[in-house]
Design a protein around this ligand. Structure first.
Ligand SMILES: Cc1cc2nc3c(=O)[nH]c(=O)nc-3n(C[C@H](O)[C@H](O)[C@H](O)COP(=O)(O)O)c2cc1C
Length: 175
């Protein structure tokens, strides 16, 4: 049985939902999973964990700077422990952008770091216009219009492929 830590950054909850699904799948393999939001990372003692997974969503082109800080601060631990990183974004609604090599945000993120995760995954996120403030809604609709995505201000569309999330959970269990 491995003791697995999942650290995540979310704004609207989709990355957290993905973490919860990963937890369910990994625990079915008899491992123990602890999920921690990035804002609580300072309370953590990392040395008790056998594997670490980090997940973050993209907002205006970037993953949370807190995730970058966490990685830089704990790079030695990350390099000595089986690890994975996953990104959640809307450009990945296009299947070819779920390939980590073709996902511009993930590639930009990795260039910022000297850490190379053992395993990289990109999940498509969710668009939920009614829940956004007027500025965010206008900006995302503009980006969607430019990239031929949905622009109906009432649209709520979850693009996340839960089978892909489950497959990743099984990979983490075996990692
Ligand atoms: C204000 C805002 C900015 C966003 N910026 C981007 C972006 O630059 N690129 C992208 O692919 N997705 C972008 N998204 C989509 C999010 O990555 C997607 O909604 C994801 O599911 C959010 O995950 P979270 O709920 O865990 O934060 C943005 C969403 C919002 C609300």
């Amino acid at each position: 049985m491995a003791n697995i830590l999942i650290i995540y950054s979310t704004t609207d909850g989709q990355t957290r939902d993905i973490c919860l699904k990963l937890q369910e799948i990994i625990e079915q393999q008899q491992h123990q999973v602890t999920i921690v939001p990035i804002q609580d990372e300072s309370d953590l003692e990392l040395t008790g964990f056998d594997k670490i997974v980090i997940g973050a969503s993209v907002r205006y082109g970037k993953h949370s700077p807190k995730i970058v800080d966490f990685i830089e601060k704990n790079q030695l631990f990350l390099e000595s422990t089986p690890n994975a990183f996953f990104s959640v974004n809307l450009v990945a609604r296009k299947p070819e952008k779920r390939n980590p090599e073709n996902n511009p945000y993930l590639q930009k993120f990795l260039k910022q770091l000297s850490w190379t995760p053992n395993k990289l995954v990109v999940f498509a996120g969710k668009v939920d216009y009614p829940s956004y403030g007027i500025l965010d809604r206008s900006m995302i609709r503009l980006i969607m219009w430019m990239t031929k995505g949905p622009t109906d201000p009432k649209a709520v569309i979850e693009y996340t492929d839960w089978n892909q999330v489950e497959d990743f959970g099984r990979i983490i269990g075996k990692m």
